[in-house]
Design a protein around this ligand. Structure first.
Ligand code: SF4
Length: 152
């Protein structure tokens, strides 16, 4: 089994712990790609994650335990869970990885022949609504009106 979560929750690199969301994603990618002389000491080759999977998955770990394990053993919990998920019989993921079409595509979640269990299922409608909604600021709408009126 493996637990998956966003970098905000699964990253074990304390050097970037203050960053959140898109800023953390960007900094992580920079370090994994070794840009600007930066790196992440927890990042490993995909083959290493997969080689370590039988040993790691033999311990039942929740997300916090997986992050601690990653820190201690110098292996990224975020990429580990992504690189080995197809090797696992049991995958724990947040709702939105299934319900948000873009995230499901990005994380390559394959539900074929899978049994899906929704914990706290009463939250599914709210999560589905949020996954298919977006926000438009009045500023954006005003700019669109200005641009449209220029077309007249
Ligand atoms: S590779 Fe993993 S540990 Fe390193 S910055 Fe990215 S998410 Fe964090």
């Amino acid at each position: 089994m493996v637990v998956s979560a966003s970098r905000d929750h699964a990253c074990c690199n304390m050097d970037i712990k203050e960053l959140k969301g898109g800023a953390k994603d960007m900094e992580c990618k920079r370090r994994v790609m070794g840009l600007e002389g930066k790196s992440c000491r927890y990042s490993r080759l995909e083959s290493t994650y997969r080689e370590m999977a039988p040993k790691i998955s033999s311990n039942v770990m929740d997300l916090e335990e997986l992050v601690e394990y990653g820190q201690y053993n110098k292996i990224c919990p975020f990429y580990y869970s992504r690189r080995v998920k197809d090797m696992m019989d049991l995958l724990f993921i947040p709702y939105n990885y299934l319900l948000d079409r873009n995230l499901a595509r990005m994380y390559d979640i394959n539900c074929h022949n899978a049994i899906l269990i929704f914990d706290e299922g009463h939250n599914v409608p709210t999560c589905s609504r949020e996954c298919s909604s977006f926000e438009l600021s009045t500023n954006t709408l005003s700019q669109a009106l200005v641009q449209l009126s220029a077309l007249k």
